[in-house]
Design a protein around this ligand. Structure first.
Ligand code: NAG
Ligand code: NAG
Ligand code: NAG
Ligand code: NAG
Ligand code: NAG
Length: 389
């Protein structure tokens, strides 16, 4: 009896010793994505050799990804999508926040156990050159190794193409993995005897999925209304009517447009914080344009107004106010376009029809503005020269 127990303990010990230790993290909770990483002892000892990782999605999704590094630019990424009941693992190089490009230099093997099992998508991956990529390296003994992850919900891509066109993630994040706890002996197929150790959930950068889509749509709508319609219209109003209180109406309408755009900016910055893209040029241009419009534009308008009351004429502020305003509106409209590009034209949040509609509206308003302002200015000039005669 004692002998059996001893034998059993021995077997159990050997079983555990041979089982490959995987450090597992589940950034969206247990019913979302399950990422597990294993470092063979030999790889850790020599800083050379393969590493293993498993990517599980508990739901059918369009794609999900895991990448080495703490942001998309320069990351060594692996995007998984399905083709029937098989998985396609597409290695990609992250290039900022545009679509990561297929990376043929990656040496990976998609191992047994990969595929669609019920509602679970599993990719078991052995990577032979994941310690060095581009100019970056990963220390296999690091106790805080950064990994990014992302997911896009939607119908399966259903393709074996490694360079398939993928649309932007719905959610992404960064997770710190303690690779020391992922290190152990490795059998021929470590996935066959996977022992998963849950990683510290606090190592995940906090973010909430809730409201992201609603925010994205509200942000887009507010910015289009402000920059494509309200700002140009209330600039144009000065050229359309010559009532005595038109300047007050202009000022009031522009303040309203400013409030709308600041609300849009608030939503935009909140989204950018959620997905860690505060340094993206779309975000930076938006902050600069709206900060400038808030800080300088009303002041220039008021200074001109004071100048006008004193002298009855146009001072330097009038020209600064007019041209600064025009430039900022143009930058804002360009940034609306960059926002569409950022989301990805054809994305459910930026459908092609909406993008075409907004583009047509921009052209019509711009044409009307140029014709109207050009015409009125010419007429005024003619009148001025007639008065001079
Ligand atoms: C790795 O190093 C540890 C400690 O130095 C040693 O016990 C272990 O046998 C080594 N493993 C391999 C596979 O080299
Ligand atoms: C999955 O891959 C295997 C092996 O490459 C192939 O035989 C099978 O037809 C594939 N199944 C589907 C649904 O594509
Ligand atoms: C692959 O795994 C399946 C079960 O997951 C097993 O039946 C099969 O024998 C394995 N094949 C190889 C070549 O290891
Ligand atoms: C991932 O999914 C496979 C089944 O497809 C399962 O065997 C494995 O245990 C899962 N991994 C984790 C860490 O839950
Ligand atoms: C990793 O290992 C260290 C030391 O063995 C232990 O203190 C720590 O709790 C482990 N972390 C996790 C997330 O398992």
């Amino acid at each position: 009896m004692a002998m059996t127990r001893l034998l059993f303990s021995c077997c159990l010990f050997w079983g555990l010793a041979l089982a490959a230790k995987f450090q597992t993290f589940t950034p969206l909770g247990p019913n979302g994505l399950i990422y597990s990483i294993h470092i063979p002892e030999a790889t850790a000892n020599t800083s050379n050799g393969p590493i293993y990782f498993q990517m599980n999605s508990t739901k059918r999704i369009e794609w999900f990804a895991l990448g080495q590094g703490d942001h998309m630019a320069g990351s060594n990424m692996f995007v998984v999508y399905t083709s029937g009941n098989n998985v396609t693992v597409s290695p990609r190089s992250g290039v900022g926040h545009s679509q990561p490009l297929y990376n043929p230099a990656a040496q990976i093997t998609v191992m047994n156990g990969s595929g669609v099992h019920g509602s679970m998508i599993t990719a078991n991956i052995k990577c032979d050159n994941c310690l060095h990529w581009g100019t970056a390296t990963m220390d296999p003994t690091s106790s805080s190794s950064s990994w990014i992850w992302g997911v896009r919900y939607g119908p399966p891509l259903n393709t074996k193409k490694l360079s398939a066109n993928i649309l932007q993630h719905d959610i992404m994040g960064v997770h710190m993995v303690d690779l020391k706890n992922a290190t152990g002996p490795t059998g021929a197929n470590p996935f066959a005897d996977l022992v998963s150790i849950n990683d510290n959930p606090n190592a995940d950068y906090p973010f909430k999925e809730s409201g992201f889509h609603a925010k994205k749509i509200a942000h887009g709508a507010l910015m289009i209304v402000a920059f494509v319609v309200m700002f140009p219209f209330s600039a144009l109003i000065l050229h359309l009517y010559s009532s005595s209180n038109i300047v007050t109406i202009h000022g009031g309408l522009q303040l309203l447009a400013l409030v709308v755009s600041i609300a849009g900016l608030g939503l935009g910055v909140s989204m950018a914080q959620q997905v860690h893209v505060l340094d993206h040029y779309h975000v930076i241009i938006g902050i600069i344009v709206i900060a400038s419009l808030t800080l300088f534009q009303p002041a220039m308008g008021l200074l001109q107004h004071r100048y006008f009351r004193k002298t009855g004429g146009k001072g330097p502020f009038a020209y600064i106010h007019r041209w600064f305003g025009r430039i900022m509106i143009i930058l804002g409209v360009i940034n609306v376009g960059l926002g569409f590009q950022f989301t990805g034209v054809g994305d459910p949040d930026a459908p092609r029809g909406a993008v075409i509609g907004v583009s047509v509206l921009i052209c019509v308003i711009a044409l009307f503005y140029v014709l109207r302002v050009g015409y009125v200015t010419k007429k005024q000039r003619r009148r001025a020269s007639a008065e001079a005669d």
